[in-house]
Design a protein around this ligand. Structure first.
Ligand code: NAD
Length: 457
């Protein structure tokens, strides 16, 4: 096995070395997980629930040091890391309860004929996740899979392997040996997992491009699959809306995690009558963003995760400006604090041309695109102009108008006059180029279960 090094995005420090898996080591991990799964799925649901609660408790006891590791490795601020870890823990609490409800059903079929639907674990799960939320995207897959009785292999992005290994270590203490394992490596190692004959279910979060490839590879082998892919959410702000509330919601969602969030309002679609006022309010708030090191006491925004991320967002901004957009803010900060990290200042892009990359591609960084519209019909047309359909926000004081418009934007998750928060209680996922399948809620648990029907008389 070879190794790779993980570096801090804010100052380039080498944080650790991780073993890279290969076909042989994945065979060993998959075999061990399958064997452990037979013991795990044989436990009473109450016992599995108890283990989930213990994982939640043990993780919480280590929150300060986990937050520091997550922040340093991913690049987010400590406050953002604590929020993410809270979202890692949440599903363990939720699915501990639901584990006891994942039963099948019995149905009488006339005379002495009976039907029994037996629900069991779908099998060994391979989860593949990106670097933007390495902890919460792990927890939202692991907890329902464990509740269902599955074995679980997780492949993080190489650059966020350390927090994954640490969280897995905590969980492993409460699980049969080998049931949960971490697989280290990049795309080729991910492919080995997707195509591994022992893997029954693939849970992927990442880009649409890679999602397509994984769908093809998993499809050839008829594996169960969920795809949580990219997004370029519209935030539709109508002239009669509570503008202060809308700007607060927009800022909290767009610039969180330095704008590297799948479900985030990346395009503000605003009625021309209030556009100038809204832009002014946003600029005022952008001026208050404190860009700084992940663990800096005053930092409210960290660096981008990698050089490639920064290059991409800078390329998209340059493209929009070349095609006539007006740029407010942005650029690289100067000074010794920023010299060795992937920092970029938050920015607004006003009125980019329809052909601009920012209007059709996902923008994964602290840039908000602002597009003025003059009617509800135009707002819907602009909202629907990307291939993505992950999230959407609609703000209007007229509830009927807001709902009418929201129904015309086919997103998986829509907020109407609400803060763009994702709730563990409700199913989350996209449609179209944003993927398929749902995480969170009872729906996620069901995606880790397989039904078998028996007829007896
Ligand atoms: P990516 O698709 O490049 O990589 C994601 C993971 O897939 C990594 O672990 C990577 O090593 C692995 N991978 C890459 N190629 C593979 C292959 N051929 N076979 C198997 N595994 C492979 O994604 P990224 O650029 O690192 O992450 C950002 C993307 O993730 C954005 O598009 C973002 O919107 C998306 N995302 C979506 C959600 C959601 O819930 N919908 C949440 C977070 C991030």
């Amino acid at each position: 096995m070879t190794e790779y090094v993980v570096y801090a995005p804010d100052d380039g420090t080498a944080l650790g070395v991780v073993a890279r898996d290969d076909a042989a080591s994945i065979d060993v991990k998959a075999d061990r997980a399958l064997q452990a799964m037979s013991r795990w799925s044989d436990l009473t649901p109450m016992k599995r629930a108890e283990a989930l609660l213990k994982i939640a408790e043990a993780t919480r006891e280590r929150l300060p040091e986990l937050a520091d590791l997550l922040a340093k490795e991913q690049g987010k601020t400590r406050k953002e890391a604590l929020l993410e870890l809270d979202r890692y823990v949440g599903p363990f609490l939720q699915y501990a309860g639901l584990a006891t409800l994942a039963g099948g059903r019995h149905q009488r079929l006339g005379g002495e004929v009976h039907g029994l639907v037996d629900r069991g674990p779908v099998g060994l799960v391979a989860a593949i996740v990106p670097w933007n939320f390495p902890a919460s995207l792990f927890g939202s897959k692991l907890a329902p899979a464990l509740a269902a009785g599955c074995g679980f292999l997780i492949k993080p992005a190489e650059s966020t392997s350390l927090i994954t290994l640490e969280l897995a270590r905590i969980a492993q203490a409460f699980l049969p040996e080998g049931l949960l394992d971490v697989v280290g490596g990049g795309p080729d190692v991910g492919d080995l997992l997707v195509t591994h004959p022992s893997v029954s279910r693939v849970a992927f979060t990442g880009s649409t491009e890679v999602g397509r490839r994984i769908a093809a590879r998993a499809g050839e082998r008829l594996k169960r699959l969920t795809l949580e892919l990219g997004g370029c959410d519209p935030f539709v702000l109508l002239e009669d809306a509570d503008l202060r509330g809308a700007v607060r919601a927009l800022m909290g969602a767009r610039f969180y995690n330095a704008g590297q969030v799948c479900v985030a309002p990346k395009r503000l679609v605003v009625h021309e009558r209030v556009a100038d006022e809204v832009v002014e309010a946003i600029v005022e708030r952008l001026d208050r963003v404190a860009l700084g090191p992940s663990l800096g006491a005053d930092s409210t925004m960290g660096p981008l995760h990698s050089e490639a991320s920064r290059d991409r967002i800078e390329g998209q901004v340059a493209d929009a400006v070349d095609r006539g957009a007006k740029l407010l803010g942005g650029g690289r900060p100067t000074g010794s604090t920023y010299d060795r990290g992937w920092f970029v200042r938050p920015a607004l892009l006003l009125d980019p041309a329809p052909t601009s990359r920012v209007r059709v591609e996902e923008t994964f960084g602290p840039v908000l695109t602002v597009i003025r519209v003059s009617s509800d019909e135009e707002a819907v047309a602009v909202a629907n102009e990307t291939p993505f359909s992950l999230g959407a926000s609609v703000w209007s004081a007229d509830q009927a108008r807001a709902w009418r418009l929201a129904r015309q934007v086919p997103a998986g998750y829509t907020w109407i006059n609400s803060l763009a928060r994702v709730y563990d209680e409700l199913p989350f996922g996209g449609v179209g180029a944003s993927g398929f399948g749902r995480e969170h809620g009872i729906e996620a648990l069901e995606s880790y279960l397989e039904d078998r029907t028996f007829i007896y008389s």
